[in-house]
Design a protein around this ligand. Structure first.
Ligand code: NAI
Length: 258
């Protein structure tokens, strides 16, 4: 039995991942705003620290794997705090507990939206660990309305993908024998996308931005199973990858440009 910490465990991809792990007999410590083993707000430094401390205590000191799914897509400044700092700071706080496992692993959820227009300044501020500056830039975008404010989301996911590439090869992660990777989904059918997918107009907008020639919109299981493999004992050498599991959206949009 392995002990997993899963964030965003109350809904969507995180809930499905937690359920599949429990069905296999693994132990899951869920973190979410509500309806989880650890109820915490990952948008604040205190919430992240409290969440990590509570999860480590419940785990008994050793965590075998972390799967970070919690995220929001709203065109508001909080999106950079939850999607970037709520992942990176939590993972860093859990590192000592991961280091005690004999097969530690970590995986996060980025998005194919990381390829959409974003704010390089916000991405840089986030990667520099400057939450105040990243939030200030996000507030500036959000103040210009939802269309411009939407860029906070792709910026948060791009910063997260870059953080994974940079960190995965450092002494803290690779040196501690911890594979660290990201999954980048296309359009997943969850409570996050339900309102958009409910109308023909919303679907047309989503499908224009995220073309999915292979099987169209995906179930959360398609992402959960990959997250589970990435954090399994079997993954010994994959590090720093951002895996587009997106019905072919990345191949359609980026083509040869890799
Ligand atoms: P969801 O909305 O169903 O679940 C997200 C969970 O995160 C919720 O339970 C929510 O309470 C939790 N959460 C939000 N803010 C939090 C906070 N401050 N502290 C603690 N927990 C918080 O969304 P879904 O679709 O399952 O998304 C999971 C991840 O996948 C997110 O990071 C999202 O950005 C990403 N993603 C989703 C896609 C989709 O099409 N649904 C596509 C690409 C990426």
């Amino acid at each position: 039995t392995r002990t997993y910490v899963v964030t965003g465990s109350a809904s969507g991809i995180g809930a499905t991942t937690a359920q599949l792990l429990r069905d296999r007999g693994d132990r899951v410590i869920g973190i979410d705003l509500k309806g989880a083993d650890v109820e915490a707000d990952l948008s604040t430094p205190q919430g992240r620290a409290d969440a990590a401390a509570a999860a480590i205590e419940i785990a008994g000191g050793t965590v075998d794997a972390v799967i970070a799914c919690a995220g929001i897509s709203a065109p508001i400044a909080k999106t950079i705090s939850v999607n970037y700092f709520g992942v990176t700071e939590l993972l860093e706080a859990l590192l000592p507990a991961l280091a005690k496992s004999d097969a530690p692993r970590a995986a996060v959820v980025s998005s194919m939206a990381s390829l959409q227009p974003n704010s390089p300044e916000m991405v840089e501020a986030a990667l520099a660990g400057d939450e105040a500056k990243a939030v200030e830039i996000a507030e500036g975008l959000a103040a210009q309305g939802p269309e411009i404010g939407y860029a906070v989301y792709p910026s948060s996911k791009r910063a997260l993908a870059r953080w994974v590439r940079r960190e995965s090869i450092t002494p803290a992660w690779a040196g501690a024998h911890i594979p660290l990777n990201a999954v980048a989904p296309g359009t997943v059918v969850t409570p996050m996308t339900a309102p958009l997918l409910a109308t023909e107009e919303g679907r047309a907008m989503v499908d224009a931005a995220v073309p999915m020639p292979l099987n169209s919109h995906q179930p959360p299981e398609s992402i959960a199973n990959l997250l589970i493999w990435l954090t399994s004992v079997e993954n010994t050498h994959m590090a720093g990858q951002v895996i587009y599991d997106d019905g072919g959206a990345d191949a359609t949009l980026r083509g040869d440009d890799i």
